[in-house]
Design a protein around this ligand. Structure first.
Ligand SMILES: O=C(O)C(=O)C[C@]1(C(=O)O)C=C[C@@H](O)C=C1
Length: 302
């Protein structure tokens, strides 16, 4: 049985995603996203489940940073979960003066808090479940949690179905040490991180390599390299799988433009959206063109 580290403690949305992605395996919680990936890097875990992006609040910076540091890891699967929160308090407690949660969760319930708990001061915690633990321990009065948290922590439900934006969703990744890649399905996502040189047009050049091969981006984020002020790493997700000639061709071009390129995996998309391929950009077109160019090189165009 594999050991899967997830961003905990018990009852986080990430635990639910881990159950979707690796339900039959042994799951264990760790306190931060970074520690989940460290567990894979040290061999303590075979894989880690971490949140990557939310439809309301955007990317999870801790995940991007941990993916780009230390030894490479690759995403092999993803899950998308609908996000609606429960607000939990201590049994029999009175006024709610502080309400804690993960910053991504607080950002998704700002309007609800203003309307329903206007006097409560929001406090950031390391995860939604860490906030529930904090309420149990008397550090905060309320926690904004995943609905399942109430099954793990002896707290009272103040409100359910809390969300400023209906249909909010978070995407989670299962990451492993590099090895065999998942098979292409026709509905795949490939991810890279590029530390581009700080000169005019480098990001445009990288994106052009994808655009000229008819490759559609699904996400673009920048994070500081932390070394020199104003220097950034670009996290680029796009449709397709590295097993496809057109994607391999694009990756090769990105590597030529950018020596500091890290491959973060190719895996099936959770939403099943099939890759759109415009005429002239299909894998057969790339193979045919390569065969033709080879024949040209050999003088074999009869
Ligand atoms: O704290 C949790 O429950 C998490 O799994 C983290 C996280 C996030 O990082 O976005 C996951 C989903 C929700 O959007 C809120 C918090």
């Amino acid at each position: 049985m594999s050991r899967i580290a997830y961003f905990g403690p018990q009852g986080t949305f990430t635990e639910q995603a881990a159950r979707v992605l690796a339900g039959g395996e042994e799951l264990f919680p760790v306190e931060t996203v970074r520690l989940a990936m460290t567990a894979v890097r040290t061999g303590e875990a075979d894989a880690a489940c971490v949140p990557i992006e939310n439809s309301v609040e955007g990317v999870v910076p801790a995940t991007l940073d941990a993916l780009s540091e230390s030894t490479p890891l690759v995403a092999v699967a993803e899950a998308i979960l609908p996000i609606r929160f429960s607000v939990l308090t201590r049994r029999g407690s009175g006024d709610v003066k502080t309400v804690a949660s993960h910053p991504h969760a607080l950002a998704q319930v700002r309007e609800w808090l203003e309307a329903n708990l206007p006097d409560a001061h929001p406090v950031a915690s390391s995860s939604t479940s860490a906030a529930a633990v904090g309420v149990l321990e008397g550090q905060f009065d309320a926690a904004v949690c995943a609905p399942v948290a109430v099954e793990h922590y002896d707290l009272e439900v103040l409100a359910t179905d809390v969300a400023d934006v209906t249909d909010a969703a978070t995407r989670f990744l299962l990451v492993r040490a590099p090895g065999e890649l998942p098979e292409p399905t026709g509905a795949d996502r490939t991810s890279v991180v590029a530390a581009a040189a700080n000169r005019t047009g480098t990001l445009a050049e990288l994106l052009t390599e994808l655009a000229t091969r008819g490759i559609n981006l699904t996400r673009l984020d920048a994070r500081p390299t932390r070394n020199n002020f104003g220097e950034y790493r670009f996290f680029i997700d796009f449709e397709g799988h590295v097993a496809e000639p057109r994607i391999l061709d694009a990756l090769t071009a990105l590597r030529r433009q950018c020596r500091n390129l890290r491959f973060l995996g190719s895996h099936p998309r959770a939403d099943g959206t099939r890759t759109t391929i415009e005429p002239g950009f299909g894998n057969d077109d790339f193979v045919d063109a390569a065969v033709w160019a080879d024949a040209v090189r050999k003088g074999d165009l009869a």
